[in-house]
Write a protein that binds this ligand. Structure first.
Ligand code: PLP
Length: 403
């Protein structure tokens, strides 16, 4: 490592809060699936900023839209209208089949927005007694880092020391429809789930789980909210991961790749009924729905569809999964995932997914460990066959080196 990278890391260590433990690679440039560090070394990005750069780094058409809009108008606040927001609504509604859209910025804000709307819907439409609304969530969930959201996390790191928390959440095991059914009470207004639990280690629920969850929500007049912030927008080889389950959520949350990584843009997509309860003054955001965000999101959605990225995720995901499954290593316990949302779980006794990720980095591939034993692999959806093979070979080699 040259002084340059070392110096930058030292400044970060000295002045920054230590709420992350990044792999020590200092990146300065990106294009498609590739990123370069300050020493000019090239890496294949297999994290995609936790699926925020599905469209690939610095996609030229999104960049063009961002530059053009930044020269015209960036922010009006919602006190006035702007000419980009309606077009964003029209395009995302057409693409996703949603009836009402509420734009926010970060993913966690979209989650908070949905919780507020679902609670209000519970009181005003379902008729639950005021102040009693309950939302069922899954254990090991990840929905962001705000106080409201970490209050219903079951991860001790995420919630420890941050209480007291808002009441009104019940956590049940993910993938267990009986447990979910047992948790339903007269004041249950919503069920909030990730279609595939990303941060928990790419956990796919058993077949039929979501069908039953959907049926239970319908039978008990409960709003089903799916957090597709990570699974959505092509990541699993479908526009939304719910399509693999053959169900439709009442409320869908999107973020991350909604901007292709250029800018924080998130949205709550809903039927008329749930978002319909929000009246002027009851919810908002200074930056939510700003013209710059809308222009970027419009371009990010356009290239996702026009350039066949969703289909490519399906095809390349299948290739990568087969490649990973073919790796002969007694360190590997399981290979799983859908589309390009993949994970390799190591046997706990060999441990150290972090060690493998460091070895991968030395071989020119960036991936991130999660929950100690799992390596997640989620490259940009624009990845080619040759690049998939390269990533698989690098992992096979890294595992050999760590054996
Ligand atoms: C990343 C993520 C969030 C939070 O998004 P931020 O933009 O980091 O606030 C919420 N839910 C899921 C499933 C995520 O992966």
């Amino acid at each position: 490592m040259t002084r340059h990278a070392e110096d930058l890391i030292a400044i970060e260590t000295r002045l920054g809060a230590h709420n992350y433990k990044p792999i020590d690679v200092v990146l300065e440039r990106g294009s498609g699936v590739w990123v370069w560090d300050v020493e000019g070394r090239r890496y294949l990005d297999c994290l995609s900023a936790y699926s925020a750069v599905n469209q690939g780094h610095c996609h030229p058409k999104i960049r063009e839209a961002m530059i053009a809009q930044s020269e015209r108008l960036t922010l009006t606040s919602r006190a006035f209208r702007n000419d980009q927001l309606p077009l964003f609504y029209e395009e995302i509604a057409a693409l996703t089949g949603s009836h009402t859209v509420l734009p926010m910025n970060s993913g966690a804000e979209a989650v908070e927005t949905a919780i507020k709307a679902v609670r209000k819907w519970g009181y005003e439409v379902k008729g639950v007694p005021d102040g009693t609304a309950e939302i069922i969530v899954a254990r090991e969930n990840f929905h962001g880092r705000t106080l409201g959201v970490v209050g219903f996390s079951t991860d001790p790191d995420a919630r420890g020391g941050f209480g007291p928390f808002a009441p009104g959440f019940v956590a049940v095991p993910f993938g267990d429809a009986d447990a979910l059914e047992a948790a339903i009470g007269p004041s249950t207004v919503g069920v909030l789930l990730e279609p595939i639990q990303g941060e928990a280690g790419t956990i796919i629920p058993p077949p039929g789980y979501f069908q039953r969850v959907r049926a239970l929500c319908t039978a008990h007049a409960i709003t089903l909210v799916l957090d597709e912030i990570q699974t959505g927008l092509g990541r699993t080889g479908r526009l939304f991961a719910e399509e693999h389950e053959g169900i439709e959520a009442d409320v869908t949350l999107v973020g991350k790749a909604l901007s292709g990584g250029f800018y924080p843009v998130s949205a709550v997509l809903s039927n008329k009924e749930v978002l319909g309860v929000l009246k002027p003054g009851q919810h908002g955001s200074t930056f939510g729905g700003n013209p710059l965000a809308c222009a970027i999101a419009r371009a990010a959605l356009k290239v996702l569809v026009e350039e066949g990225m969703i289909e490519n995720a399906d095809a390349m995901g299948a290739r990568m999964k087969a490649g990973l499954a073919g790796i002969r290593s007694n360190l590997v316990k399981d290979v799983r995932g859908r589309g390009l949302m993949l994970a390799v779980e190591l046997h706990p006794e060999v441990g150290g997914a972090r060690r493998v990720c460091e070895a991968l980095r030395e071989r020119g591939v960036l991936a991130k460990d999660t929950h100690e034993h799992t390596i997640r692999l989620a490259p940009p959806l624009v990845i080619s066959e040759a690049e998939v093979d390269l990533a698989v070979e690098a992992l096979a080699d890294a595992l050999r080196a760590c054996a």
